[in-house]
Ligand binder design. Structure first.
Ligand code: EPU
Length: 427
């Protein structure tokens, strides 16, 4: 298994390209199932999860054609075409690799009246149930059965609009119900919808395909079902979590980096959290410039649905404040087990105590490099960030987590002056 070796202590400087958003792409690609015409997605990131999603869609009968496949180019163009759906089953083997596979449930059901998707299990960050996805689709008239680990959803007479109030905010459930509702008969109102920018991206793409959606970007989505959607070309939004991650990387080294293609509008409370820590993201014509005012300061922040502070930034910001002046408190409210990076950061010299849902971090003068590993994507990124500031060598194992969500990480960081390389095998 590959590893990433970092020799820390270098100040990052220069330009770093931000890729298309993983979590937007993973919702936009299944939207291709909603029409027999081609859906072209621009600015698609080159990531293991995007490949897995493409592979799943291929198995359902969707053809995929990629342009810009040159290894040195960012922003691929993918054309998906679901001319005829040949299978309505998302098999265990793919769903166990990528939970976001559940996002084919809504569109398959809307288009074919039938969808069978392996039920995703728990994962490294928590239990992650799918009850809200299923209740939402039931409200639209689907019958749901659970059979030998599979969720079987049927709507032999089609779906009908309904009023759905989510008891908690869920990104995936909002996306699934939205994709089902656009082809349902009549009006659907989704209350307490997630407002994440990736949902705005999905809704805008659906509108470009002919869907009628009001309230985009708010917690109340009104969808007037249409009988068919058509093809479209849509550009995937820049990755706001990748942006925040590299902002932390630049800031922990005291660097000055221009995040090319990054967008301030979608950064939500990440901007305030970074500002409190002493890090600014200044808009420039080409993107956002990361600049640290002085030293890093301790912060107090809690994760929340958008526009709150994202759970997907918690680990990276924690790495940043391990070397801040003073103490920080980070509270995780979305996932029950998202502190897997804490013991690893501690191995690098960080001073962190977890009590319940909160992590108390006392800033230390310096971190020291160590062999470390993490069990999920964002936790792995936090170790890379810590490694960039640490004295000596850090070896991050289980690089496949990073490959799922950070396009060409080592190349991007080396491009701004980091001493970082991928070592094939166990080193
Ligand atoms: N939840 C339920 N029932 C459900 C669905 C969710 O109880 O049916 C709970 C979850 O257990 C969690 C909360 O609701 O406590 C929020 O989960 P949500 O459904 O919003 O998360 P998700 O759709 O599974 C997406 C991202 C995650 C990100 C979360 C929260 C994708 C592919 N994944 O997951 O991204 O952490 O929203 O913002 O969009 C990552 O990129 O590293 C990642 C984990």
């Amino acid at each position: 298994m590959d590893q990433i070796r970092i020799r820390g202590g270098l100040r990052l400087q220069g330009r770093l390209q931000i890729s298309g958003a993983k979590n937007a792409a993973l919702a936009l690609m299944p939207a291709a199932l909603l029409t027999d015409e081609p859906l072209t997605l621009r600015n698609l990131p080159r990531l293991a999860d995007v490949d897995t999603c493409g592979h799943l869609l291929n198995q359902l009968g969707v053809s995929t054609h990629i342009e810009g496949a040159r290894p040195d180019s960012f922003g691929r163009v993918l054309t998906l075409r679901a001319g005829r759906i040949t299978s309505t089953t998302a098999p265990y083997d793919i769903v166990r690799r990528m939970r976001a596979s559940i996002l084919v449930l809504g569109p398959l059901l809307a288009r074919e009246g039938l969808a069978t998707v392996s039920r995703p299990g728990g994962c490294a960050i928590g239990n992650r149930p799918i009850d809200l996805h299923l209740k939402g689709l039931e409200a639209l008239g689907a019958t749901i059965e659970l059979d030998r680990g599979y969720v079987r959803a049927t709507a032999s007479r089609g779906l009908s609009g309904a009023r759905i109030t989510f008891p908690t905010v869920s990104v995936g459930a909002t996306e699934n119900v939205l994709m089902a509702a656009v082809l349902a008969k009549g009006m659907t109102v989704i209350e307490n919808a997630a407002r994440e920018p990736e949902i705005v991206d999905l809704a805008r793409c659906l509108v470009a395909m002919g869907a009628r959606i009001d309230g985009i970007g708010t917690e109340r989505l009104e969808v007037e079902g249409v009988s068919r959607l058509h093809g479209a070309t849509y550009r995937v939004m820049p990755d706001r979590i990748e942006t925040g991650s590299y902002a932390c990387a630049a800031a922990i080294t005291g660097g000055d980096v221009l995040l090319v293609g990054a967008e301030r509008e979608t950064m939500g409370a990440t901007l305030q959290a970074l500002a409190e820590a002493g890090v600014e993201l200044l808009p420039e014509p080409e993107g956002l410039r990361v600049r640290r005012r002085n030293g890093l300061a301790g912060i107090s922040v809690q994760t929340a649905p958008y526009p709150g502070f994202p759970t997907d930034m918690q680990a990276q910001v924690m790495a940043l404040v391990t070397v801040a002046e003073g103490a920080s408190i980070l509270t995780e409210t979305i996932f029950e087990n998202r502190y897997m990076h804490v013991p690893e950061l501690a191995r690098m010299g960080a001073d962190i105590t977890v009590r319940g849902r909160s992590a108390f971090i006392r800033g230390v003068g310096r971190l020291t490099g160590a062999p470390v590993m993490a069990t999920d994507l964002r936790a792995s990124m936090s170790l890379v960030i810590a490694g960039l500031a640490a004295e000596g060598e850090t070896l991050v194992r289980r690089v496949y987590h990073l490959d799922r969500g950070y396009e060409r990480l080592e190349e991007k960081l080396a491009g701004v002056g980091a001493d970082i390389e991928r070592i094939a095998g166990d080193g």
